[in-house]
Structures are given as structure tokens and as C-alpha cells.
Design a protein around this ligand. Structure first.
Ligand SMILES: Nc1ncnc2c1ncn2[C@@H]1O[C@H](COP(=O)(O)OP(=O)(O)OP(=O)(O)O)[C@@H](O)[C@H]1O
Length: 675
């Protein structure tokens, strides 16, 4: 251990001096002008932040002793080399590496090497820390046939380390099946189906960090984005990438992406489902293009003493050719005047003139050409088009002909037609339609890589909205079909991926559960046959004895019993989540307050002094707590529009606990959970 502690101290000193070197850079020497200076200063600031020695994040967590120096001919007697693996690269004054970035190729065997495939590794060592101090290590001699596999105590300890604050990274303990996804190539889209707690979110975030390392230039230019279900979830995960040294990754909800209009209205579930259906894409396409008319009049352009005439049949050819091409409506609108002007130019040339590009531009701007364009390819305002679709029954009927039945059309129309854009009470689903309309007019620019978490809840139209933001890039799609709680929840990944525009994506399954103790996941999995019959239950790497407690209580004593269970859980270290049906939140909030137990809401950061969060079931997805108290499952099921969604919501709530789950119920439990 002495050698390891010395290396740790030396690495810290090396990191400090790397940071001092950057801080001491005098940009006056290199920056030729003010703009360069600003850019450089920003880059340097980012670099200094990335080199910050995070007091409680150890500089390295592993060591690999190679049997031969990597890259050197595997000759007899070639010397092995040791590498320390950490969150970032650290080198000494001579430029020799002290710590290797976990994403470097040389680090890969730390995650992948096994006894069957040792990848030339003689020793793999994992380090354990307590409060920043190096206190333990675990060794595996991968080529020693005498040694047998043991489960990692450090992995167990890492998962069970009490949670305070936001989500942590898992870089020290990424498992082989997870690493395969983290390091999958940047060009392909990967879709991960995984039961609760199998590490989907963690894997998605580490994959972004990996891709940024392996393809920094390309992704820095095109950008990366993590999409999550709601703001409180995004707050929960927002520190993971910065802790890995990546400060530039954007985060958003799908609603944020499509926020062209202010959402002030709501849809019935039936209307929302139709508006989210993929058929709406064709309805919108027709709506946007509904103003295209074949010209019936010639265009007459007057230049000086001469008049030029483009006959209607020639104009029609131009319009038809643009309409048949796969270009955006707006691009065609911009091209049309030039095409007409070009036809005029051809006539001028035939008449012996020698017009140049400037003449073509001038012709394109003449009132006659402008009027022709307006008549046959009018400009389109995407939001106004959707507004008309939802307000004007005849327009909707003509665009939805053969696509939506009359009943469906009636369902999606606004009860009170909006008088103008400002007055419209747009719903979240309407905003997605407006986004689609924008894209029909002008191509949405694509990012380099998008991570889509909790994807199972997206409608086909939402998948399309995400898909156009990675049309020339790639995506990581994460989800669990059993946790889908929207009326349009994904039933098959193949279908979802085709809406995303990535039908060729590969679907991987994660089956090993890290969060939820075995006893608890087995209990929750009893719901699987009714909520997602095709899915296998997750296994669990965790054996916490007595993790599950089910307590029947009389109805009049329920609130008091829930408060007592929270108090009991607070006796343990770490975070506590009290999960309840949304309508139960006000009563429980008062009961906690009356008992002198302060509580947070999801999205508020837990700390050593504020560890209890009151979680409405609708916001529980993706979150986790060391101890969970679950209030009345029957109320939670009843709060949903149908039985299957109710049981899926319950499945989510039952799978949030890391160390202990207490279920309190006064009404009978759903049948599958009764012994
Ligand atoms: N390899 C690992 N090492 C240590 N902890 C891990 C590992 N993989 C996952 N975890 C931990 O397990 C917990 C669950 O991970 P995560 O939230 O990513 O799962 P998920 O599949 O997204 O779950 P859900 O479906 O419930 O959203 C987290 O605390 C995460 O840090």
C-alpha cells in the first residue's frame, strides 16, 4: 500500500503542477487579436476547471500490470508495464503518464479483461477509498489458473455507499457488458433495453464522455445532448459528466427541444395519443404543402425596352420538379424565383444577350416573379399552419383525408378555435406538431450524438423530433418497456427506432441489476407478466438481507405509520424517498411537517442535513434513494387512467430503493403482490 499511496501523492502534485502551468500561460504571447484572446481565455478557463483536483474524487481507482509493454512485440523477456487508471490523464514534469484516462485504449482491459481473455494483463487491482484516503485494494491475477473468480466487495461497497447530493459516476466499476455499450463506435446508434437499476442512465452518460474523448474534434463541432424525462431528473444527473471532466454536454427534455410555442393547454389522453401518432407527420406534410398551386398564367418580366415571357407550361414544369424533389418546403420556396429567372435568362441568351448572375438575381427580384412565387409556392409559417389545422375543420379534413377518421379529427380539433398565435392554448403534443412543421419548412440542424433516456415514454412524433436532432449523427436510446407509463408508451424498440429514423440501430439488453436488492427486485418482478409479458426479470448483484418490509395498516393510521417509517429510515445513513400517488402528496406533506420532519421535492439536492424527499409517483422514474418508503400501492395504481399503467407506475416505484424498501398499505395490494 505504501507504493500506492506514494503514487497517489505524486500524482496529486503532478496534477497541481499541470494546473499551475495552464494558469501561468500568458496569452499575450500567442493571441494575435482580441477575439483570439477571448477564445483562448475561455479555453484555458475550461481546462483549469477540468484539471481541478476534486477533493473527494480519487485521482485513480485502478492499476493494470501488463505482462508485456503494450505495443511492444510480444517477445520473450519484453518488460511488462504498470498503469494507474483514473478519471483524467495526469503526467509528470517530463511528460510521462502518472495516471491514464479511463477512456484510453490502454485502460480498456481494466473493464474487459477476464480469465478466459486476460488481454495480456497479469494483475488487475481495484482501489477502495474512504473519505479521499486510499484504504483498500482488490487484486485479480488473470493468468493464474489457481485463482478463482470472486464477486467484488468494492463494487458492493460503492453501490451501497450512502447517497448524498446528485448522481455519481461509476467509472471505477463499469462492468464488461456495460463497457461494450460505453465504447460502441460513434457512427452506430445503440438502443439499450434494461430492467430498473441495470445502469442504463449511468452507461448513457459514460458513453457521451467516452465519445467526447475518442472523437473530440468532431463532437465538439457538432455538439452532444442528453435528453431526460423532466427537469428534476436532469438536475439529478447533471453532475455526472462534469465529474468526468466533460463540461460542454447540453441537457434538455423533449418539451424543451420543441419549445417554439408557449404551452398553456392540455389534451385529453385520446387527443394526445392521436397527435403523437406517426400518421400526423403525413397530415402535416400535406398541410404545409397545401398552398402549392400549378401556375395557370405566364410570367412577364420587363427589362428596359424588352419583355420576356415564361409560359405557364414551363412554369409548371419548374414547380412540379421542385415538388417532386426531396427538399424542404422553404428551400424550394427560396429556389423557385431563381429557377424562373433562369428560364428568362435562357431566353435572353437565345436572343443574343450575354446576361450574368447579377441579371438573374435582378430578374428573380422583379414584382412579376415574386407574384408568381406567391401564387404557386406561398411562404408558410409553421405555427400558423398547425393552428389552422387544429382550428379549421375543413382544412383538417382535407389534410387528414384517408389518414384520420372523422372521430379522430374531431378529437384533436380545439374546442374553441384560436383567433391568433398569441391566443392559442397550445398543448405539449401541439408543440411537437409545430416542431415537425418547422422541419418540413426548414431542415433542423443535427447534433453529433444524442442520448435519449427513459425513451419508452415517447410518442412516435416525439421520436421523430429527437431523430431530426441526430439525423446526421448517432444516438444512444435507453429505456425499459415495462416502465412505459404514457398512453402511447413504446411497445417495440424496432418500431420506436424506425420513428427515430435509425431502423438499423442495434438493440442490446442489460440484465444485471445494480441498484435494487435481490429480494426487492424479485418482489417487483411479479408484476412483469401483467405489464410486459415478454421481458425477463433482472438478476441482482445485491444481497441485502431484510431489505423488504411489507406492512398492512388500518386506513386511519396510514399517515402516522408512513411518518414513523420515514423516521425509522432516517435512522440509517443516506437518502430517503417517500413515494406516493400524486393526489396523496399534500396530505403527506402536512403529516411530515406536523411531525417535524422537513422534506425536499425531487430536483432539490439532498445533503447530510436534508435527506428526506417526498416524491410524487409521476416523478419517481429514473431516481433512486438508499431507503424508500412506499405509501399505499392501491392509491398509486388508482391514480392512473388504466390498470396496466397503474401497475407499471407501481413497478417503477417499487424499484427505486438501493438498501431498503418499506411498503405500507391499508387497501389490499394488487393480486400479483399478495403471497
Ligand atoms: N457498474 C456499476 N458500478 C457501480 N454502480 C453501478 C454500476 N452500474 C450501475 N450502478 C448504479 O446502479 C444504480 C442504477 O443505475 P441507473 O440509474 O443508471 O439505472 P437505470 O437502468 O437507468 O435504472 P432505471 O430504469 O430505474 O432508470 C445507480 O446508483 C448506479 O450508479
Amino acid at each position: 500500500m505504501g507504493r500506492e499511496r506514494d503514487h497517489l501523492a505524486a500524482s496529486r502534485a503532478a496534477l497541481r503542477s499541470m494546473r499551475q502551468d495552464v494558469e501561468a500561460l500568458d496569452i499575450a504571447d500567442v493571441a494575435a487579436n482580441w477575439v483570439n484572446a477571448q477564445v483562448l481565455t475561455a479555453q484555458i478557463d475550461t481546462r483549469i476547471k477540468a484539471l481541478a483536483d476534486l477533493a473527494h474524487t480519487p485521482l485513480f481507482f485502478g492499476r493494470l500490470d501488463y505482462r508485456h509493454a503494450p505495443g511492444v512485440e510480444l517477445a520473450e523477456g519484453a518488460e511488462g508495464e504498470s498503469f494507474y487508471i483514473g478519471r483524467r490523464h495526469v503526467h509528470d514534469g517530463d511528460g510521462d503518464p502518472m495516471v491514464i484516462d479511463w477512456r484510453a485504449p490502454v485502460s480498456q482491459p481494466f473493464y474487459r479483461a477476464s480469465r478466459t481473455e486476460p488481454m495480456d494483463v497479469a494483475l488487475r487491482r481495484r482501489f477502495g477509498y474512504t473519505g479521499g484516503e486510499l484504504t483498500a485494494y482488490e487484486d485479480e491475477h488473470l493468468s493464474d489458473p489457481e485463482e478463482s473468480d470472486t464477486s467484488s466487495r468494492l463494487l458492493q461497497a460503492e453501490i451501497e455507499r450512502p447517497r448524498v447530493g446528485p448522481m455519481r459516476d461509476i467509472v471505477a466499476t463499469i462492468q464488461p457488458e456495460q463497457d461494450e455499450i460505453v465504447r460502441a463506435g460513434v457512427t452506430g446508434t445503440v438502443c439499450v433495453q434494461g430492467a430498473p437499476g441495470t445502469g442504463k442512465t449511468a452507461v448513457g452518460l459514460h458513453r457521451v464522455a467516452y465519445l467526447l474523448y475518442a472523437h473530440r474534434d468532431r463532437l465538439a463541432r457538432t455538439g452532444t445532448l442528453v435528453i431526460g424525462p423532466n427537469a428534476s431528473f436532469l438536475q439529478y444527473i447533471e453532475q455526472v459528466l462534469p465529474a468526468l471532466g466533460e463540461l460542454q454536454v447540453k441537457q434538455a427534455t423533449v418539451d424543451d427541444l420543441v419549445a417554439h410555442v408557449e404551452v398553456r393547454g392540455a389534451d385529453s389522453p385520446a387527443a394526445a395519443r392521436i397527435k403523437g401518432d406517426a400518421r400526423m407527420a403525413e397530415v402535416l406534410r400535406r398541410a404545409v404543402r397545401s398552398g402549392i398551386r400549378m401556375p395557370t398564367e405566364p410570367v412577364m418580366v420587363v427589362r428596359g425596352s424588352r419583355r420576356w415571357r415564361v409560359p405557364a407550361y414551363e412554369l409548371e414544369e419548374i414547380v412540379r420538379e421542385l415538388a417532386d424533389r426531396d427538399i424542404r418546403y422553404g428551400a424550394a420556396h427560396d429556389a423557385l424565383p431563381q429557377r424562373i429567372a433562369h428560364a428568362v435568362l435562357v431566353q435572353m441568351e437565345r436572343a443574343g444577350e450575354a446576361p450574368d448572375d447579377r441579371v438573374q438575381d435582378a430578374v428573380a427580384r422583379t414584382p412579376a416573379v415574386k407574384a408568381a412565387v406567391k401564387a404557386c409556392w406561398p411562404s408558410v409559417d409553421p405555427a400558423k399552419t398547425v393552428l389552422r389545422l387544429l382550428s379549421d375543420p375543413e382544412f383538417l379534413a382535407s389534410c387528414a383525408d384517408g389518414l384520420l377518421g372523422e372521430e379522430e379529427q374531431r378529437e384533436i380539433r380545439w374546442a374553441r378555435p384560436a383567433r391568433g398565435l398569441k391566443a392559442a392554448r397550445w398543448s405539449a403534443a401541439d408543440a411537437v406538431l409545430v416542431d415537425e412543421a418547422y422541419d418540413l419548412v426548414q431542415r433542423t440542424s443535427s447534433l453529433g450524438h444524442v442520448v435519449l433516456d427513459e425513451a419508452q415514454d415517447l410518442s412516435p412524433m416525439q421520436y421523430r423530433a429527437v431523430g431530426r436532432r441526430c439525423s446526421t449523427g448517432s444516438a444512444t436510446v435507453l429505456g425499459d418497456l415495462a416502465q412505459g407509463t404514457t398512453p402511447w408508451a413504446t411497445a417495440s424498440w424496432a418500431e420506436a427506432l424506425s420513428h427515430l429514423g435509425k431502423p438499423e440501430a442495434r438493440v442490446e439488453e442489460l440484465t444485471q441489476g445494480f441498484r435494487v436488492p435481490r429480494e426487492v427486485i424479485a418482489y417487483a418482478s411479479r408484476l412483469l407478466p401483467s405489464i410486459a409479458p415478454g421481458l425477463a426479470p433482472a438478476t441482482s448483484v445485491r444481497e441485502a438481507a431484510g431489505a423488504l418490509s411489507i406492512r398492512p395498516v388500518p386506513a386511519e393510521g396510514l399517515d402516522a405509520a408512513v411518518v414513523a417509517a420515514c423516521r425509522e429510515s432516517l435512522g440509517h445513513e443516506g437518502s430517503i424517498g417517500l413515494i406516493a400517488a400524486d393526489p396523496r402528496i399534500p396530505a403527506l406533506s402536512s403529516a411530515l411537517a406536523a411531525a417535524g420532519l422537513p422534506h425536499l421535492s425531487p430536483g432539490e439536492e439532498t445533503s447530510a442535513s436534508a435527506r428526506l424527499t417526498l416524491v410524487p409517483a409521476s416523478l419517481a422514474k429514473g431516481l433512486e434513494y438508499d431507503y424508500v418508503v412506499l405509501d399505499d400501492p392501491a392509491a398509486l395504481v388508482a391514480a392512473e387512467p388504466d390498470g396496466r399503467t397503474g401497475l407499471r407506475r407501481l413497478y417503477v416505484a417499487l424499484t427505486r430503493a438501493v438498501s431498503g424498501l418499506t411498503v405500507l398499505h391499508s387497501d389490499p395490494l394488487p393480486e400479483a403482490l399478495v403471497d
